[in-house]
Design a protein around this ligand. Structure first.
Ligand SMILES: C[S@@+](CC[C@H](N)C(=O)[O-])C[C@H]1O[C@@H](n2cnc3c(N)ncnc32)[C@H](O)[C@@H]1O
Length: 249
């Protein structure tokens, strides 16, 4: 075998081992980040970043998590950003109607374009909204998913209350987000990406590192949810992320 291939394989294995088993970060204070992606320039730069491989892999992971459930009825993507995830879910599952909600008009423009380009405007609605005050009646949504948005929310306690209010009795809320107490190695990688790889407009707002620093830990989320009497919760930590599943009853 070509020695370069052997070298790359060994390097790849060491890299993955560091990512999975590396040292955890020291306890660090949470640093809140901006709430919405309000500038058109930032929205476009973010949209480009979502085409990088790690983002694609994350979406694949979320979609494979959804396979466990019998998806039908209405699914809402909260903080849908430029709409990659909601479009991919619609393409995979044709048994559901979908609504994407986001607080930022600028990013929603990109989501609307994506929905039209994929000829999904019959099934996906894109609407402006704040997670703290959603345009839905009580007990009306079957599935709510949210990816990489929680760390932006100004008041997660109010947000979770609102999400659960809109969820049907047998509905499911799945929130996927960074966790601040990730491995040191992953923190280093994001620091490197923020300094060297991402476009200038994202560097200026300290992204994507700022998102990790604004993330919660699983323990903090459990505490927030218990304060609002939500106890049917499962949190699965994974590398620098966590999957939070909440059932109403
Ligand atoms: C990092 S982006 C993630 C977008 C998309 N979910 C993804 O995974 O590619 C976070 C999104 O959450 C939205 N957001 C932040 N705070 C929000 C709030 N309070 N209500 C609704 N959306 C919010 C932002 O505008 C932004 O589009």
């Amino acid at each position: 075998m070509n020695p370069w291939v052997i070298f790359l394989c060994i390097f790849g294995i060491i890299f993955i081992l560091f990512l999975i088993f590396g040292l955890p970060r020291k306890k660090s204070e949470r640093k809140p980040s901006i709430e919405g992606l309000y500038s058109a320039e930032v929205a476009k730069a973010f949209e480009k970043m979502t085409n990088f491989l790690p983002f694609k892999m994350l979406r694949r992971r979320i979609i494979s998590e959804l396979k466990k459930y019998n998806l039908n009825g209405l699914l809402v993507d909260l903080g849908c950003g430029s709409g990659n995830l909601i479009v991919e879910i619609a393409q995979k599952y044709n048994s559901i109607d979908l609504i994407g909600i986001d607080i930022s008009d600028e990013i929603l423009e990109l989501a609307k374009q994506r929905v039209i380009q994929n000829e999904l405007n019959e099934r996906i609605k894109i609407e402006i909204g704040n997670v703290e005050n959603l345009p839905f009646s009580d007990n009306s949504i079957d599935f709510i998913i949210s990816s990489l948005s929680l760390h932006h929310w100004a008041n997660p306690k109010i947000a979770f209350k609102e999400l659960v209010r809109t969820l049907k009795g047998d509905g499911l809320l799945m929130v996927f987000d960074f966790r601040r107490n990730s491995r040191k190695f992953f923190y280093g990688l994001l620091k490197f990406a923020t300094k060297m790889v991402v476009p200038k407009v994202l560097k200026e707002i300290n992204e994507p590192l700022g998102s990790l620093q604004a993330g919660y830990t699983a323990e903090e989320i459990k505490e927030i949810l218990s304060q609002i009497n939500i106890h049917s919760v499962e949190i699965k930590p994974f590398l620098a992320w966590m999957f939070i599943s909440v059932k109403k009853h």
